[in-house]
Design a protein around this ligand. Structure first.
Ligand code: PLP
Length: 453
């Protein structure tokens, strides 16, 4: 080893010692908090991406201090300076069972004491057990599961599986859809700023207006007429990133009928709507529509471990029987992630969290609408199902001011400088009525202070 490399390693080791000691700590002193904040902000600026410091209100609030997260529990997280926030962003739908639910943490740490990751060769038990449970709780005949590490990977798997079902190439997606940002799922995603720099994407995708069944029918007909028959339709049963867009009555059932008529695969992307968020375990149950493939991620790991999955009908999945290695990912379905998902499903059922989402969601929605009365010049619409609520403002600027105001008052809601026209409220399904009341009162107070330009 050269002296230069040796010197570098000595520096790195000294730094790692400090960092590892920090990880060990339950709490930090004011001095330590300052060091953590400085290292975090500098690290983002110099080595992660300085753009984050501009975009995130949570980091640059009034340019005065940087909120650096430190710990979390239940419906709260705490920053490194000990300030508590009610989490109404919920990691965009990760924390359905709350932050670090003890049962999920226990399952993961018990598994960790025995084995962390799988051998890749022997049969791993938890994958089989989780697949069985998913087959039981997902709608209808969904039976075989393939595990991933994220939402975008679940969508990739679903698209590839759908392509294997027939020799067709056309995939219908919708405007305002969000299915992820890796190249395959990005082809289904609708937002121009995410797509344009990476064109051309996967050929065969067509985007049609979400909720327009006539357009869907005409597209099926036109595709068949020109010999480009539809292989699959991919939809979020309620669009999340697009701004909490609820489909028109009967839309999803009619899409199902069209898919049946043309023998096309219906993929529901329930990465955000799944695991109880909408008041049912899956939004497919809410709309009483059975997809051929369901995509899951986010809340499946209980906010403790990253895990995603697709669950598919046998008639679709059987194309992967002959060669299970046709689509794989090293960490997909690892024992820690499966332990987290198994415990998460147990908590969702035992604590009746989907039902709770329906009840608390109704109360929350009503309260927010009430609070927005008299502010029609700022708030365009408040809508939602279960604990998936969107507040649409007349402009990004108003939304940003509101979300910034909420944050100053200890409530985290989604909303960045460039994307605040509709802010999403997706708290843990365990959020208490008292916390909901605090959020509603704060929303009312903040709305009164925001000026329309
Ligand atoms: N699909 C939907 C409906 C989503 O909401 C998201 C993320 O927001 C994704 C896919 C992508 O998930 P991930 O960020 O885990 O890749």
């Amino acid at each position: 080893m050269t002296t230069k490399v040796q010197q570098k390693y000595t520096e790195v080791t000294a730094y790692l010692k400090d960092v590892l000691e920090m990880i060990e700590k339950d709490s930090v002193t004011e001095e330590e908090a300052k060091w953590i904040t400085k290292e975090t902000v500098d690290g983002f600026r110099e080595h992660v991406n300085p753009g984050f410091l501009e975009y995130r209100k949570t980091v640059t609030k009034d340019g005065q201090f940087a909120a650096v997260e430190w710990s979390d529990e239940g419906s709260h997280f705490t920053d490194v300076n000990g300030r508590e926030y009610i989490d109404c962003l919920g990691g965009f739908g990760i924390y359905n069972v709350g932050h670090r639910h003890p049962k999920v943490v226990k399952a993961v740490s018990d598994q960790l004491k025995r084995q962390a990751l799988h051998s890749q060769d022997l049969l791993d038990p938890l994958r089989a057990m989780l697949a069985k449970v998913l087959a039981q709780i997902t709608p209808g005949d969904l039976k075989y599961a393939f595990f991933t590490n994220s939402g975008t990977e679940s969508v990739e798997a679903a698209l590839k599986l759908a392509k294997n079902y027939s020799d067709r190439q056309t995939i219908i997606s919708t405007t305002r859809a969000f299915h992820g940002k890796s190249l395959g799922s990005l082809s289904g995603t609708a937002k121009n700023v995410f797509r344009k720099p990476f064109l051309p994407l996967i050929p065969g995708f067509r985007h049609i207006p979400y909720g327009d069944i006539d357009m869907m029918r005409k597209t099926f007909e036109a595709c068949a007429a020109v010999g480009e028959d539809v292989a699959a339709v991919i939809l979020e049963p309620i669009q999340g990133e697009g701004g909490i867009i609820i489909p028109p009555e009967g839309y999803l059932k009619q899409v199902r009928e069209l898919c049946d008529e043309y023998d096309a695969i219906l993929i529901f992307d329930e990465v955000q709507t799944g695991m109880g968020r909408t008041g049912k375990m899956f939004a497919a149950d809410l709309f009483e529509v059975e997809p051929d493939i369901i995509c899951l991620a986010k809340a499946l790991g209980g906010g403790v471990m990253p895990i995603g999955a697709i669950v598919a009908k046998e008639k679709v999945f059987k194309n992967w029987f002959d060669n299970p290695f046709v689509h794989t990912t090293t960490f997909g379905g690892n024992p820690l992630a499966c332990a987290a998902a198994l415990a998460t499903i147990d908590v969702l059922i035992e604590e009746k969290l989907p039902e709770r989402a329906a009840e608390v969601g109704e109360y929350f929605l009503k309260g927010l609408k009430e609070a927005a009365k008299g502010h029609e010049d700022k708030v365009l619409e408040i809508r939602g199902v279960g604990l998936m609520i969107g507040i649409e403002f007349h402009s990004d600027e108003i939304g940003y001011e509101v979300s910034k105001g909420m944050f100053s008052n200890g409530i985290l809601v989604a909303g960045t400088l460039v994307n605040s026209k509709t802010i999403r409220i997706e708290p843990p399904l365990t959020i208490s009525y008292e916390e909901v009341d605090t959020v509603i009162q704060t929303f009312k107070k903040v709305l009164e202070t925001v000026k329309v330009q």
